[in-house]
Design a protein around this ligand. Structure first.
Ligand SMILES: [Zn+2]
Length: 110
């Protein structure tokens, strides 16, 4: 049986493991924290994009919080925004504009 404190620690650990990480600048990669890479930067262990090594990342508590932010933004931009964000998951592009171009090119392949 876990004590109240142990249970709280466990829950906190769980929620930490649920974090979603995305590029704050340099690239637009986003994914579950377990898919992030680790690099040494200024002697510290930093999370990084697994493709380009970008360490300028933001994290969200969990996927629910991430999608809430995406959906809020989706309501102010194009109707395909959420599908676009789903599509770029795990992909690395230097900017949203470049990612958008790749997304649109992909739609026009057929
Ligand atoms: Zn990247």
């Amino acid at each position: 049986m876990l004590t109240k404190q142990e249970r709280r620690n466990f829950v906190e650990k769980e929620s930490e493991d649920s974090r979603i990480v995305c590029g704050a600048s340099n690239c637009v990669w986003w994914d579950h924290i377990s898919n992030a890479s680790r690099v040494k930067s200024l002697g510290r262990d930093m999370m990084s994009c697994p493709h380009c090594g970008n360490v300028s990342l933001m994290s969200f508590k969990n996927e629910k919080e991430w999608w809430a932010v995406v959906d809020k933004r989706a309501s102010t931009v194009t109707e395909d925004y959420r599908a676009f964000i789903e599509w770029i998951r795990g992909k690395c592009y230097p900017s949203i504009a470049v990612a958008k171009k790749a997304w649109e090119d992909r739609l026009h392949v057929n």
